[in-house]
Write a protein that binds this ligand. Structure first.
Ligand code: NAD
Length: 286
């Protein structure tokens, strides 16, 4: 990996996304510093990576030597400034809270090297707001990974007005190294993926509400008729109705588009605790 633009990557937040991002960066040959606020959370993230790799070994997709090598490239810390100081690329995957992300980047910008790329994995927040007041805005970019990170091919790169072409070029090259297919999107509500995906999901819910067809048949229409790997209602169950409702409300406001008005059925299901797969009941019983 002599031409690796990012020999050391810091990943902030060792949750669902952070652990996956750390894993793919280490698989791509980077040394990774995985950070979270407590040792317990860091260890949980590391355990998730170990489990994922072990499953790969069990299925014969990963050799034991590869697993060992990847894990050997990952170190952990609870000190985010130390993690950032060492890195050429910082990828943030902390909870979806604007103040938290913005505060973290403002603080980091002052200690990282001048050409260190600062990336956020936000799935919905305005990158202009996430990076507001952050020194060196040319090095700031959105890197929106998809869950589960090691398996999903898409990487949505989100550029702000200030993102420098050199940053886009470096991160695009790194995406290839990660084995991801990048798309480049302007900083706008819902980017490309959530805007289209959520819109489809909401319309499918409106169709269930209006009795157009059953959830199963609406999903089948998209799977068999349009080649989607999964129908929009099953996907809504997987993501969580509460999560999608929050995104719909946000997009309705930001885009001022009636297509994003959340259907009554969605609100009643969320109020009744039918949140999807995570609770065992949504449009489907799990
Ligand atoms: P998560 O709750 O699984 O993980 C977040 C982690 O961040 C937790 O381990 C938490 O302890 C840690 N954390 C909290 N405050 C921190 C701080 N100040 N510094 C460092 N770590 C801190 O959440 P997630 O699902 O991994 O989501 C993380 C981000 O990725 C969010 O912005 C989310 O919108 C985005 N995202 C999520 C998905 C998804 O499907 N889960 C997909 C794409 C993007």
């Amino acid at each position: 990996m002599t031409d690796n633009r990012f020999p050391i990557v810091a990943v902030l937040g060792a949750g669902t996304m952070g652990a996956g991002i750390a894993q793919v960066c280490a698989q791509a040959g980077s040394r990774v510093v995985l950070q979270d606020i407590t040792e317990e959370f860091v260890q949980k993230g590391l355990a998730r990576i170990r489990d994922f790799l072990q499953k790969g070994v069990d299925k014969g997709k990963v050799t034991d030597a590869q697993r060992h090598e990847v894990l050997g490239r990952i170190t952990t810390t609870t000190d985010r400034l130390a993690a950032g100081r060492a890195a050429q690329l910082v990828i943030e995957a902390v909870p979806e809270k604007l103040e938290l992300k913005n505060g973290l980047f403002r603080e980091l910008a002052a200690v990282v090297s001048a050409d260190c790329v600062l990336a956020s994995n936000t799935s919905s927040l305005s990158l202009a707001k996430v990076f507001a007041g952050v020194g060196g805005p040319g090095r700031c970019i959105g890197m929106h990974f998809f869950n589960p990170v090691p398996l999903m091919a898409l990487l949505e790169l989100v550029r702000t007005e200030a993102t420098a072409p050199a940053t886009i070029e470096a991160v695009t090259a790194y995406a290839a190294q990660l084995g991801k297919e990048p798309i480049l999107v302007k900083d706008s509500p819902g980017f490309a993926s959530s805007r289209l995906g959520v819109c489809l999901g909401l319309e499918a819910i409106r169709m269930v509400e209006a009795g157009v067809a059953s959830a199963e048949d609406i999903d089948k229409a998209m799977v068999l008729g349009y080649g989607h790997p999964m129908g929009p209602l099953r996907l809504t169950d997987l993501v969580g109705l509460d999560v999608r409702l929050a995104i719909a409300d946000y997009l309705r406001k930001e885009l001022d588009h009636p297509g994003f008005a959340a259907p009554t059925l969605m609100r009643t299901m969320v109020a009744a605790g039918k949140l999807g797969k995570k609770v065992g009941q949504g449009f489907y019983r799990w």
